[in-house]
Design a protein around this ligand. Structure first.
Ligand code: ADP
Length: 393
């Protein structure tokens, strides 16, 4: 409890952009998020009221951080499971709790658990030898998708194997490096979707509209909210699926359920138990943002309305291959002059090629023109140039 405000204190492990934007939402609720950051200069560390420096794998750092807060929550999945369990034994309140988080940390456990509940996903198998992959390829036909069960993100840790020879070349190397593996059938999908929901300890659930997520090189870089052309029945089905997963796994906070849409329906790809890139549109496009909702949920307040204010396009700002000639300040000048309706969210990070530096939201009907303008604005912010083939409407 904060003696000045009389409000409970939330501590977020991880100092990235998700913590930064959660802090932004915390301010409106009269709160100041406490952040455990690894090092100086991290996105949330630059803005949060109280920042503790320490590593999320260091028991003492976590323990002393947890001592000063009422509830611990996370901007990533990297706190090791045994450490989460130790903290729980020491009566630290983590939301989501260790047993829920396990399914966001380990893709194999997640697949086994969801399959046990009859929740649709691609066929999969655990991999303890190259033969497991070869057998799976024979049974389900090539290509197959090999994945690191833990530690992967933004497509790192996902390898498409087109043939037995490719598997023979890669699997031993990954096994030698100690990477825990699983293999999945390659899903012939129409597109990728995300069903974002929140759940409180009280058991209240809330679902935002289901969105389409567009990836480039395995990284989600554009979100269309709501997913264009997704009919009511499929939308409802995806939302129900996500709410059911939240309940079955006892998730508290925001849960993103990444989905593949196929001709027959939807399959679950993976779970994230925290605010998620596919929910950044809610900062401007929904009555309650995912960051505020996450705070409400972890503090067991009633959840906010997830109604959309308008259809929204979100486009991520990714670092350019080379440092642009124009400063960020100048880029913003030009952007604001040309696109006064674009909502800009920058994360305060140093520019590096391919790094997620921010995102833009653009509200209005999801026409090709709107998508184009959002992508243009995002590209401009990091590159200071209009992308090839783009014309300004
Ligand atoms: P990460 O944890 O790195 O985000 P994902 O498991 O979400 O990894 O996979 C990254 C991307 O790889 C997905 O967004 C999707 O485009 C593709 N992918 C993953 N699994 C499959 C699959 N079984 N079939 C087809 N594509 C897949």
């Amino acid at each position: 409890m904060d003696s000045r405000t009389g409000l409970p204190v939330v501590g977020m492990v991880g100092g990235g952009q998700l913590a930064r934007m959660t802090h932004q939402a915390a301010i409106s609720l009269g709160q100041s998020l406490r952040v455990l950051a690894v090092s100086e200069g991290e996105s949330a560390g630059l803005v949060a009221g109280e920042v503790t420096y320490g590593h999320h794998t260091d028991p003492e750092a976590l323990r002393s951080f947890a001592r000063g807060v009422d509830v611990l929550t996370f901007d990533h999945e990297h706190v090791p499971q045994p450490l989460l369990r130790t903290l729980a034994d020491e009566k630290v309140v983590s939301r989501p709790g260790p047993s829920a988080l396990a399914f966001a940390q380990d893709k194999l456990r997640m697949r086994e658990r969801l399959a046990g509940h009859g929740i649709p996903g691609p066929p999969f198998a655990a991999v303890s030898s190259t033969d497991d992959v070869l057998d799976f390829g024979r049974a389900h036909s090539w290509p197959v998708v090999l994945k690191a069960a833990s530690g992967g993100y933004d497509g790192r840790g996902v390898w498409t194997m087109h043939s037995a020879d490719e598997a023979r070349a890669l699997v031993p190397e990954l096994r030698d490096a100690g990477t825990p593996l699983l293999v999945e059938a390659k899903v012939p999908m129409r597109r990728e979707l995300s069903a974002l929901v929140a759940r409180s300890p009280f058991g209240q659930g809330a679902a935002w509209p289901v969105v389409e997520t567009v990836q480039s090189d395995g990284i989600n870089t554009e979100v269309l909210a709501p997913a264009p052309g997704l009919d009511e029945a499929r939308t409802r089905h995806a939302q129900d699926l996500a709410l059911r997963i939240a309940e079955e796994l006892d998730v508290v906070g925001v849960l993103a359920v990444e989905l593949f849409e196929t001709g027959e329906g939807v399959l679950v790809n993976e779970l994230a138990m925290r605010p998620h890139n596919s929910g950044h549109w809610t900062m401007d496009g929904s009555r309650t943002s995912q960051f505020e909702q996450h705070l409400r949920a972890v503090l067991d307040y009633p959840l906010g309305s997830t109604d959309p204010l308008a259809p929204t396009v979100m486009a991520n700002v990714l670092g350019a291959p080379e440092t642009p000639s124009m400063s960020v300040d100048e880029r913003l000048h030009h952007l604001f002059a040309r696109f006064p309706d674009v909502r800009v969210h920058l994360y305060g990070k140093a520019e590096r090629p391919g790094r997620k530096l921010g995102h833009v939201n653009l509200l209005g009907e999801l026409t090709d023109g709107q998508r184009h303008r959002a992508r243009l604005a995002a590209h401009w912010l990091s590159h200071a140039e209009w992308p090839d083939g783009y014309e300004i409407h």
